[in-house]
Design a protein around this ligand. Structure first.
Ligand SMILES: C[S@@+](CC[C@H](N)C(=O)[O-])C[C@H]1O[C@@H](n2cnc3c(N)ncnc32)[C@H](O)[C@@H]1O
Length: 464
């Protein structure tokens, strides 16, 4: 019998498995006994330990900061990563999130970014490369920190060395390789000028306390936690998302992997769709991120008087001016029946929410915001006719910038590029001439300048 098979048959295997998943969050191994046994058997061989009971005794004796615990984690974690991975997410950060952080932090002149689950570090260096490439001028004199953390100490050693093989830089054009790396033997070594803001630390996202102020994590502007939560179960993901939410500054930005989006993220963060990617934004205090996505029934008697249709379309009808302070503490008031906070985000509840919203739209037929929110919900759930809902909103208020924007997105997702472009243009026209710091109504704190950057992303290719 080979070593892995022996480990699988060991009576203590179930205990070890549950201890491993509990300590790391790697529920990924819940149905991968053979893979887990194989990796654990390597540690047993290395330590010359005969069985799992003895091995568990070593782990218990050392505790989670001990060398054997760390060696086991190093065996178990999957560190696939490379430079500029999901380039469209980095483009979105540079086009929308970083400019917003620069405006928001112009007084403190601090920018704090956390790559949570950074593996060997390419994500972290990619950020510094892009910040230096696009924002060198604006960031002069700023205190910038890009902290990469991971549970795997050997990944972090590679990250600190900043030296990589061909696999980590795959797909990068020669010009980028020459700009960002020195060639040393057969390694690509990140140039010193792209290692000024980066640092790395051991951090267990499941067991360590978030936010971790002693390590300088807290009130962060941007958190990237990409391709980490896919290994966790739903409960662990939920706890982690709450922790990341707490660690972010109000209006801060979260980036997750493409496979990690969904109701759990939407329940805490406002999705901000940009071409090829969705960023997530921590709403300002008091703003419910999913008010537009998961409404609950509003009793008719609670509904305020119905809005009248604008006799003459007003381009600024749904845009409110941001208060004098740079960070507004309240969102724009909803333009129709108030939607209570703390709403359900999951399947059946969301179906009920859709029912409720259809009824709400029926009662508030002349309110553009209600049709707009219904469109968002239908688009999110993949039901109904969101295009029609956005069109109704625009019929009632032709200057409703976000309705134009989401109608354009809906067309774009359906491959209808000409109408998509037309409505992106309309959205841009709807906010033309407005102050960049004005808040876009129904935008959950989104400013006119941010909406402009989002729209401009769609015009950065052919149209230019
Ligand atoms: C697939 S890599 C993702 C790397 C990078 N974020 C990217 O998308 O390219 C997943 C990383 O999550 C780390 N990880 C897994 N469980 C963790 C935990 N409980 N705490 C911190 N990091 C963890 C792994 O060590 C691994 O480096």
């Amino acid at each position: 019998m080979n070593r892995a098979a022996t480990v699988l048959k060991d009576p203590a295997f179930a205990r070890l498995k549950s201890a491993v998943i509990g300590a790391t969050g790697l529920a990924y191994y819940a149905d991968k006994d053979a893979a887990l046994a194989d990796r654990v058997s390597r540690r047993l061989a290395e330590r010359g330990v005969p069985g799992l009971a003895d091995y568990l005794a070593i782990l218990d004796g050392e505790g989670p900061s001990g060398p054997e615990y760390q060696a086991l984690i190093n065996e178990l974690t999957v560190g696939e990563t490379f430079f500029f991975r999901y380039a469209e997410q980095f483009e979105a950060l540079c086009a929308v999130a970083i400019p917003e952080c620069l405006r928001r932090n112009e007084k403190s002149r601090m920018l704090r970014i956390w790559s949570a689950g950074c593996s060997t570090g390419p994500e972290v260096y990619t950020l510094e490369i892009l910040l230096k490439r696009h924002f060198a001028e604006q960031l002069r004199g700023w205190q910038v920190s890009i902290v990469g953390t991971d549970i795997n100490g050997s990944f972090l050693e590679t990250a600190r060395r900043g030296a990589y093989g061909n696999w980590a830089v795959r797909g990068l054009p020669p010009s980028v390789l020459a700009e960002c790396f020195d060639r040393r033997d057969d390694q690509w070594v990140v140039k010193p000028r792209f290692r000024e803001w980066t640092s790395f630390a051991l951090f267990n996202l499941v067991e360590d306390r978030l936010p971790n102020y002693p390590r300088g994590l807290g009130a962060l502007d941007v958190v990237l936690c990409r391709n980490v939560m896919i290994y966790f179960d739903e409960a662990t993901r939920g706890r982690l998302l709450e922790g990341l939410h707490a660690a972010l500054a109000p209006n801060g930005w979260l980036v997750v992997g493409h496979a990690e989006t969904g109701p759990q993220v939407n329940a805490l963060f406002t999705p901000v769709p940009v071409p090829g990617a969705t960023l997530f934004r921590k709403p300002l205090p008091g703003v419910d991120p999913i008010a537009v996505l998961a409404p609950v029934p509003v009793p008719p008697e609670a509904a305020p008087p119905k809005a009248k249709p604008a006799s003459k379309p007003s381009r600024t009808a749904l845009v409110r001016r941001r208060p004098a302070s740079t960070a507004p503490s309240t969102a724009p008031a909803p333009a129709s029946d108030p939607v209570p906070p703390g709403l359900p985000a999951e399947g059946g509840d969301r179906a009920a929410a859709l029912e409720a919203y259809l009824a709400l739209a029926e009662r508030n037929r002349l309110d553009p915001a209600v049709h707009y929110r219904l469109g968002l919900l239908e688009e999110e759930l993949g039901v109904g006719d969101p295009v029609a809902a956005f069109k109704r909103a625009l019929y009632l208020d032709s200057g409703f910038a976000l309705a134009d924007y989401h109608l354009a997105l809906a067309y774009w997702r359906r491959g209808k590029l000409a109408p998509a472009q037309r409505h992106f243009r309309n959205a841009r026209a709807a906010v033309a001439g407005l102050d960049g710091t004005d808040l876009v109504a129904e935008g959950g704190g989104l400013t006119v300048a941010e909406l402009r950057s989002m729209i401009d992303l769609w015009f950065s290719g052919d149209e230019a």
